[in-house]
Write a protein that binds this ligand. Structure first.
Ligand code: HEC
Length: 256
């Protein structure tokens, strides 16, 4: 009896994640940052930022990222001049020094990337009642991480299965929990002009690049974490060898 309860508990655990979310597993993507030694590809992150800026930024904020972060090593690694120029391309809210009235000024590297909507109500009103969430930490907030975002962005062209009702303003996407997402298909082939003509201008490539970029925004210190982790393992390994050898030496004349 007890055995069957335990078995049932395990069985329900095994099917729970899939059953509860009702979403399909994201297909595997070969990211440069996968694995213990994986690192971000700065050129890919730069393309990913371009996709965010030209497409996603119309609806999604990226409030934890300051322009100067885009110059960090272990990230997109734009040059200082590029960061300055990028920031200056945005208008940010400011106060007029003489009249005290609200105005705008050109962005500085220390500014955070401005949000597309002034508040949640405006964001909802412009998007059929569903506010587009901030994307800064999204990649770490979802199971599947970057590949989940890639799957969502490439998951729009599936036929709607029988029995699924897609309401007005909704879109079928099997990777989104529940299968119906309020975000309209955001990417199409050829939409973003990459400076490097050898990089395919496809939805799949855009999705890979922007999801890699969003993985970096969610964990900007990933490379440091991996380096430190590996160093710690090496150190502990060397320490174990030393300890074992000294144990042998200390006890060499003692019967035991
Ligand atoms: C026209 C507005 C619009 C654009 C452009 C847009 N999105 Fe969205 N996005 C939304 C809305 C609205 C939601 C909320 C969907 C919901 O809750 O059903 C959303 C949700 C999401 C989610 C969340 C899924 C989840 O698990 O909660 C991700 C990830 C996402 N968008 C990524 C992107 C990326 C990356 C881009 C650029 C390639 C992009 N979006 C472009 C409107 C947009």
């Amino acid at each position: 009896m007890r055995k069957s309860i335990i078995a049932a508990a395990f069985a329900s655990l095994a099917i729970l994640p899939a059953a509860a979310s009702g979403a399909e597993e994201p297909p595997h993507v070969d990211y440069s940052f996968a694995g213990v030694f994986g690192t971000f590809d700065p050129v890919q992150l730069q393309r990913g930022f371009q996709v965010y800026k030209e497409v996603c930024a119309a609806c999604h904020s990226l409030k934890f990222v300051a322009f100067r972060n885009l110059g960090d090593a272990g990230g997109p690694h734009f040059t200082e001049a590029e960061v300055k120029a990028l920031a200056a391309g945005y208008d940010v809210a400011a106060i007029d020094n003489e009249t005290g009235e609200a105005t705008t000024r050109k962005g500085l590297p220390s500014d955070h990337i401005p949000a597309p909507f002034p508040n949640e109500i405006a964001a909802k009103a412009a998007n059929n009642g569903s506010a587009p969430p901030d994307l800064s930490l999204m990649a770490k907030a979802r199971e599947g991480n970057a590949s989940y975002i890639h799957a969502i962005l490439t998951g729009y062209d599936h036929p709607v299965p029988e029995g699924v009702q897609v309401p007005e303003g909704g879109n079928y996407n099997p990777y989104f929990p529940g299968g119906v997402i309020a975000m309209p298909k955001p990417l199409s082939d050829g939409q973003v002009e990459y400076a490097d003509a050898s990089v395919p201008r496809t939805v799949d490539q855009y999705a890979k690049d922007v999801s890699a970029f969003l993985m970096w925004t969610a964990e900007p210190k990933m490379e440091v974490r991996k380096r430190v982790g590996f160093g710690a393992i090496l150190f502990l390994g060397a320490l174990s060898v030393l300890l074992y050898l000294s144990y042998r030496r200390v006890w060499r004349n003692v019967d035991h």
